[in-house]
Structure formats: structure tokens, C-alpha cells
Design a protein around this ligand. Structure first.
Ligand code: TA6
Length: 307
């Protein structure tokens, strides 16, 4: 995106209030980035993929992990942050040449609106219309909206609207990389007694007992769960509380050392500093949307100090 286009976006969408500022700037690799500073937090969102890169609640540390080796290139997904996986999760069911986790995370999104809210928060609405630029992979007349609300907590809402005449079926996830002090020292609560598919063991169905701990590679789809999750990080004295709606599966992923080294964009020992806890519609938990109807995937994140 060139400087004139960025200037035009600022003319339309920037916010310039004493305690609520929003600007669009040229980020790494020339990709446009929305910067928000308000009384609650600062946030960075790359328009490619509507990819949230950072959320720093006031006087706290970043809650989101972004790889120091993430590449910022047109059409390439960014390692870390909050990738938007849509309209399928993981590999495409039948077309192996289609990108994993869909194309929303590598598409350039449009800004619909920005709003300085009365309570001092900031709301941003982004959109894509896939049938206009990803028609081969997704011919259905669908619009996708993404609302990001930066208040005392962070809210993300992904809305799929079926404008066509036939039902559509989607899989999706907010594939959030949470920043942790050391992944082997955290506990993830909320999935006790929940069945999961273990991708590392041929998708065998297993049961979780107690909190999830990570001492090796983990790649699991927890099934039939709408539960809140909490990442307890005693070293950072922080609980990250994850609440969701419109999702009945939760994916937990950490690649651990060997896989991370092969992936090449996780940075030195980056795997230790992250845990993906993804509010998803994955495996059998796909969503069918009838003509004229919509589906909302909503999450709310809160970073609480452990006293
Ligand atoms: O959500 C877990 C997962 O699907 C893993 O299997 C893992 O490969 C990861 O996402 C990252 O996928 P990506 O396509 O971003 O390399």
C-alpha cells in the first residue's frame, strides 16, 4: 500500500482525541498497520489478515506473542499474533493445494469503520468479501466482518454472513498466540474432563485430566467445549482469561523445539514463550449457515494480576 493510500485511510478513519488515538501507518514489509492508543491499552493490527499483532493493557506487558522472526510479506501468514483462520481450519478437506487454515489470514482486509466509544474504548470493524478475490477457493457469496473492541478487556468478533441462496459450511479459529514467561511453567485451566483429538497420535480421541501442562509438542483439538479457559502464569503474575461464544472446540498448540526449528520463523527459543489457545470451530464442530443468516464467533480476553 502506498503513502497516498495510507493518507486516504487516515483521512477517513483516524481518531485524534486526547486519550483515544488511532492511526494507520506503514508497518514492516510495507504492510498497513492500525495503531491504537487509548486509556485502556495499545494495540497493533495489520490489515493483511486483520492480524492483531500486539495488545498491551495499560501499565502491563504484552499479552500476545509475536515471533521476532515473523515475516511480513504480502500473501504470507505472520507467525504469532492472532491469525484469523477461515473458512476452514487446518488442511482443506479435499484440496491439498489450498492454504492451511484458509485464506482470510493472508488477505488484505478493508476498514469499514472506527469509533471512539463513550467509555473511552475503541472499536474497529474490518471486512472482506471473499467471492471477489478468492472466488476459486470460495465461490459462495459470503461476507466476513471482524470487530475488534479495545476496552478494559479485548473483544474480537468474527461474523460470517451468508448472502447466497445455498447454505454454507465453515470451519474457523482465532488462532491466538499468548505470550507466557515459560510454557513449561504455566497451567491451562478450563479443559479438565474434556475429550480431545491428539493430532500427534493420528487424531486419537483421549481425555484431559486436570489442567493442561506443556512439556513437549502439543497439538490438540478439545471437543464439545464452550468453557472459559485461564492461562495461569505465576512468573508473570498473570492470569489470562479467555471467554468465548459461537465456538465448541478449543485448540491447544505448542510446536516445541524440534518442530519450531524446522518451521524456521519462531525465533530463537520462541516456542518457550508462547502458547496457542484457539477458540475454534474445528473437526466436527463446523458451522452451517443458512441463506440470509450469520454466525458470530466471539472471544473476550482479560489479563488479570495474580496477587
Ligand atoms: O492450530 C494448530 C495448528 O493447526 C498446528 O497443527 C500447527 O501446524 C499450527 O496450527 C500452525 O499452523 P501454520 O499453518 O500457521 O503453520
Amino acid at each position: 500500500m502506498n503513502q497516498i493510500e495510507i493518507k486516504n485511510l487516515n483521512n477517513q478513519f483516524s481518531i485524534d482525541e486526547p486519550e483515544n488515538r488511532l492511526n494507520i501507518v506503514e508497518g514492516k514489509g510495507g504492510l498497513p498497520v492500525i495503531e491504537v492508543f487509548n486509556r485502556y491499552a495499545s494495540v497493533l493490527i495489520c490489515l493483511q489478515g486483520a492480524h492483531l499483532l500486539s495488545w498491551i493493557p495499560k501499565d502491563k506487558e504484552d499479552v500476545i506473542w509475536l515471533s521476532e522472526d515473523a515475516s511480513f510479506k504480502p500473501g504470507k501468514s505472520i507467525r504469532g499474533g492472532v491469525p484469523v483462520c477461515w473458512p476452514w481450519f487446518g488442511a482443506h478437506e479435499t484440496q491439498s493445494s489450498y492454504p492451511a487454515h484458509g485464506f482470510a489470514r493472508t488477505t488484505l482486509w478493508q476498514i469499514v469503520s472506527t469509533e471512539a466509544m463513550e467509555d473511552g474504548g475503541t472499536k474497529i470493524t474490518l471486512t472482506i468479501r471473499p467471492s471477489s478475490n478468492c472466488e476459486e477457493m470460495w465461490p459462495a457469496d459470503t461476507s466476513l466482518q471482524y470487530q475488534i473492541t479495545i476496552g478494559r478487556k479485548l473483544e474480537l468478533e468474527l461474523i460470517t454472513i451468508n448472502n447466497g441462496m445455498q447454505p454454507i459450511t465453515i470451519g474457523q479459529a482465532l488462532h491466538t498466540y499468548f505470550r507466557v514467561s515459560d510454557v513449561s511453567n504455566i497451567l491451562l485451566f478450563g479443559l479438565d474432563d474434556t475429550d480431545y483429538l491428539d493430532k500427534l497420535d493420528g487424531f486419537k480421541r483421549k481425555v484431559q485430566y486436570g489442567p493442561v501442562t506443556v512439556e513437549q509438542e502439543v497439538d490438540r483439538i478439545y471437543l464439545d467445549t464452550a468453557s472459559d479457559c485461564v492461562i495461569e502464569d505465576k512468573t508473570l503474575q498473570r492470569n489470562i482469561v479467555i471467554i468465548k461464544c459461537g465456538s465448541h472446540s478449543t485448540v491447544v498448540w505448542n510446536p516445541w523445539r524440534e518442530v519450531a526449528e524446522k518451521m524456521g520463523d519462531l525465533g530463537k527459543d520462541g516456542f518457550k514463550k508462547m502458547l496457542c489457545v484457539e477458540s475454534a470451530n474445528a473437526a466436527d464442530d463446523v458451522v452451517t449457515i443458512e441463506p440470509g443468516k450469520e454466525h458470530h464467533l466471539w472471544v473476550q480476553y482479560d489479563a488479570q494480576l495474580i496477587t
